[in-house]
Design a protein around this ligand. Structure first.
Ligand code: S3P
Length: 425
């Protein structure tokens, strides 16, 4: 993919459905009684991996475009898979599914691509083991492939050292198979889509600050679900609209759950002209349209409890910061090192290639913004969010930017380049 400086972006866009919520729709729909029917499903590679894992366990799923129909088999209706389950590039699939597999009466194995096989799984092995499950890293390195001997579990109260929705969700899902209640306390609140969908389907959960508890053996009921647009996908067009002069973009039906929308706060802190329209809080997940106009931005500090609410947006926020006047500091974000790539290293290296003044740190980076950037060849490390972030940087840089592995955007946003082209004038 070769991208050039843009003269302006104009128009309206409906970004694809939320990736986190799409995964959870398949998983909880499969464990519910009756049919779950959803629109706005994300047909990206990650969510297709989740579908394929559940099909291997006997769940009938019909998916066409953004529509999906799942014939739930109930909490105890999954069948033992005949082959190793393949999560592809999806950390959400491995970690959430492991929680479910821990409570089954069969043994299973789960793995994924080269990136997945390097990502830390001790963070789920530890709590699942405390619940009485037998989970092991087949190669003994704390990563996938994992072998999971399902067994009868007991509830625990777990304090997670990392604010991770994947860890929290894994424990809550295993908690459905416990003999007593399970609680998780996080150091900062991570996305709460699992909790919202579990409640919506009939489970009993209680929340108190950073602690959430689930009662075992819920009877989940199949539901009709409208999956909102993914704010993590909208983020690229928010940034594009802000950075490229003469731009005005309306993003329709975007999820604005506060555990996900930290980027909106940071953009406003940086001076963004960003308006929420048609807010609708009637469903389990709040949505709104977002109107973005070109803005002149200044640096900021991104840290603390806000980090989990924008963790996936930090690459594109770093791009914004490189174009903003003044200094931006990102800290408390060491988790970036264990995402689809080491995003502290990959963002810093690619920004440096484009001429930015950026210093990586142990838990973030320091950017002295405002230097004019130039096109470069981007090393994505096959990380979809790096490919999309630097495609947007290219629109505000002088000269050509080359993105050799651009098709990795299909992990979360298969139509990204078509949608981007539709806004150019
Ligand atoms: C996700 C949680 C986050 C996020 C990932 C999706 C989820 O990961 O980065 O893209 O769907 O629960 P962590 O829970 O590891 O922070």
């Amino acid at each position: 993919m070769i991208l050039k400086k843009s003269k302006g972006l104009l128009g309206e866009l409906t970004v694809p459905g939320d990736k986190s919520i799409s995964h959870r729709t398949v998983m909880l729909g499969a464990l519910a009684e009756g049919v779950t029917e959803a629109e706005g499903f994300l047909p990206g590679a990650d969510c297709l991996s989740t579908i394929s894992c559940f099909r291997q366990m006997g769940v009938s799923i019909h998916q066409e475009g953004d529509r999906i129909l799942i014939h739930g088999v109930g909490l105890h209706g999954l069948k033992a898979p005949e082959r190793i389950l393949d999560a592809g590039n999806s950390g959400t699939t491995v970690r959430l599914l492991s929680g479910i597999l821990a409570g089954q009466n069969f043994t299973s194995r789960i793995t994924g691509d080269a990136s997945i096989q390097k990502r830390p799984m001790k963070r789920i092995i530890e709590p699942l083991s405390q619940m009485g499950a037998s989970v092991s890293s087949v190669n003994g390195n704390g990563c996938a492939p994992l072998e999971i001997h399902g067994s009868s579990l007991h509830g625990i109260h777990y304090h997670t050292p990392v604010a991770s929705a994947q860890v929290k969700s894994c424990i809550l899902l295993a908690g459905m198979y416990g003999q007593n209640a399970t609680s998780v306390t996080e150091p900062a609140l991570s996305r709460d889509h699992t909790e919202r969908m579990l409640r919506f389907m009939g489970a009993s959960l209680s929340s108190d600050g950073r602690t959430v508890s689930i009662q075992p053996e819920p009877r989940l009921k199949g539901k009709k679900i409208r999956i909102p647009g993914d704010i993590s996908s909208a983020a690229y067009f928010i940034a594009a609209g802000l950075l490229v002069p003469n731009s005005e973009i309306l993003l329709k039906n975007v999820g604005i759950n506060t555990t996900r929308s930290g980027m909106l706060n940071v953009c406003r802190d940086m001076g963004a002209d960003l308006t929420l329209l048609n807010e609708d809080t009637s469903g389990p997940e709040p949505v709104a349209d977002l109107l973005v106009k070109s803005s002149s931005l200044h640096g900021t500090v991104i840290e603390g409890d806000l980090i989990p609410a924008l963790i996936d947006e930090l690459p594109i926020l770093a791009v914004l910061a490189a174009f903003a006047q003044g200094t931006t500091t990102i800290r408390d974000a060491a988790e970036l090192k264990v995402k689809e790539s080491d995003r502290i290293a990959s963002v810093s290296e690619n920004l440096r290639r484009m001429g930015a003044d950026v210093t990586p740190t142990e838990d973030g980076m320091i950017l002295h913004g405002g230097k004019p950037l130039h096109g470069a060849t981007i090393e994505t490390g096959l990380d979809h969010r790096i490919a999309m972030s630097f495609s947007i940087a290219a629109l505000a840089a002088e000269g050509d930017t080359k993105i050799p592995d651009a098709d990795c955007v299909s992990i979360s946003y298969p139509e990204f380049y078509q949608d981007l082209a539709s806004l150019q004038f």
